[in-house]
Design a binder for this molecule. Sequence first.
Ligand code: ZN
Length: 144
Amino acid sequence: MPDVFSKKKRSWIMGRVKSENTRPEMRVRRRLHALGFRFRLHRADLPGKPDLTLPKYKTVIFVHGCFWHGHPGCKHADLPASNREYWVKKIGRNVARDAKNRALLEERGWRVLVLWECRIRTAEGLEGELGPLVASGLTPPALS
Ligand SMILES: [Zn+2]
C-alpha cells in the first residue's frame, strides 16, 4: 500500500499517539528539570497516563502530537484526503478520549496542561508554553 502521506507529514504523524519518550517529550522534561521542577513520568494510576506529573503542584502535562490528537486549526493536523472517513473516526476517538481524561483529572483536582508539538519545536516556543506554568505561582524552589 502506498504511503498516503508526504514525507514531511509522515514525520509529524509518527510523532506519537500512545508512544512514550518521544523527542518533544524529552525536550519538555529536560527544560522543566533545568528549571528545578521535579516530576514523575507516565503514572499509570492517573487517567490518560500523563506524560509528566508534578505532584507538588498538582499539575499534569501532556505532550500531544498534532496529528494524532487533532490539534484544532493546526496544519499538521490536516487529515489525508484518501480514506477520510477512517481518519475522521480514528482521530475523533483520540480527541474524545483526551477530553474525557482531562475531565477526570480536573474532577480529581489536577490542573491539566497540554503542550502541542508544533508549539514547542523551538526553544522560544517551549519557553512561551511553559511560561504560564512558571508564572502562575508554580515557581519551583530553585527559582524563588
Ligand atoms: Zn499543532
